[in-house]
Design a protein around this ligand. Structure first.
Ligand code: PEP
Ligand code: MN
Length: 337
């Protein structure tokens, strides 16, 4: 339920209301809107609780949340959420670009590409240190050494680091070196991991599972929000269909659909979404045109030599050109790029 407080309610009155909601065995998420404060009261439904909450003078109205996800729902919070880390801003009129290699491979590779993507206008640096690979024989990432190299690149460039965390046991370790925790498609329904990143309070980039429905995607985000972490960005990275020409099928309609359902920002990953470098630039401009709040793009100083996902990685030159095109589209839509 959404408990809508009357206009001008003081902080202490809101705190009292939170206590009452918690005494009823519900979780209370306070959402400070521009107009007024609302409290999302979530938990198991019991008879008469709506009437009880409505009986307090300071409460304007109590509205049931119809969507299966509660805190993620636009019903709970109509204002868009801005996910921010260093200069990276995603949502609420900002289009944030995260770029970098699929995997961190060496000091030279990550520092070179970090400088290149920064010069082209990216605000975030991606790079996997712990890699979820389909085959156990494929390159698994540099692990902690990779995290250290990312931190070094951040130190020099000021870019916000975005990297994947694969298990709850690694959340503290990865959080030490990164600005945004990435949850990979394969882990979208790893509920213990979602709860662990929810507890960490670091911004989270949650990727859609390749076979997940929109409701499953939003309920996965709800696990993170339910722990009190409000900094969640959703990432559409393509789904598995009958089509084999592209690595996955990239549904850009997800952007518009999600914007009708949730206040969380939506990032598009055209690299994994297509698997083919030449298709990435047009999908980037299309994503911005469709209203995407961010892009995550694989860029490698020398894609032919990449240890993972070289075929879908842009050269630094192609990335710079793509940024120019995206900037034009963003400006036409009055977005800050
Ligand atoms: C990645 O970003 O390198 C990655 C592994 O992506 P996904 O989880 O979407 O497959
Ligand atoms: Mn990759």
């Amino acid at each position: 339920m959404i408990v809508v407080m009357k206009r001008g309610t003081s902080e202490s009155t809101v705190a009292d209301m939170v206590r009452r909601i918690e005494d009823m065995g519900l979780k209370a998420h306070v959402i400070q809107g521009t107009e007024r404060t609302v409290i999302a009261a979530v938990g198991e439904k019991r008879d008469g609780e709506r009437e009880t909450l409505e009986s307090y003078d300071e409460v304007d109205q109590v509205v049931p949340i119809l969507a299966p996800y509660k805190v993620a729902s636009l019903e709970t919070k109509p204002e868009p959420t801005v996910v921010a880390a260093r200069d990276l801003k995603i949502g609420g009129g900002y289009v944030g670009v995260i770029a970098g290699p699929c995997s961190v491979e060496s000091e030279e590779q990550i520092l070179t590409v970090a400088r290149q993507v920064k010069a082209a206008g990216a605000a975030g640096l991606r790079g996997g240190a712990f890699k979820p690979r389909t085959s156990p024989y494929a390159f698994q990432g540099l692990k902690e050494e990779g995290l250290k190299l990312l931190a070094m690149a951040r130190e020099e460039t000021g870019l916000a680091v975005v990297t994947e965390v694969m298990t709850p046991h690694h959340v503290d370790l990865v959080a030490e070196y990164t600005d945004v925790l990435q949850i990979g498609a394969r882990n979208m329904q790893n509920y213990h991991l979602l709860q662990a990143v929810g507890e960490s309070r670091k911004p989270v980039l949650l990727k859609r599972g390749a076979s997940a429905t929109m409701d499953e995607f939003l309920l996965a985000a709800e696990y993170i929000l339910d722990q009190g972490n409000t900094q969640v960005a959703l990432c559409e990275r393509g789904i598995r269909t009958f089509e084999t020409h592209t690595r996955f099928t990239l549904p850009l309609a997800s952007v518009a659909y999600l914007h009708e359902r949730t206040h969380l920002p939506v990032v598009i990953d055209p690299s994994h979404g297509t698997g083919i470098a030449s298709l990435v630039p047009p999908m980037c401009t299309a994503a911005v045109a469709a209203g995407a709040d961010g892009l995550i793009i694989e860029v490698h100083p020398d894609p032919h030599k990449a240890l993972s996902d070289g075929a879908q990685s842009l050269t630094p030159e192609a990335f710079a050109e793509t940024m120019e095109q995206c900037r034009k589209v963003a400006v036409a839509l009055d977005k800050t790029f």
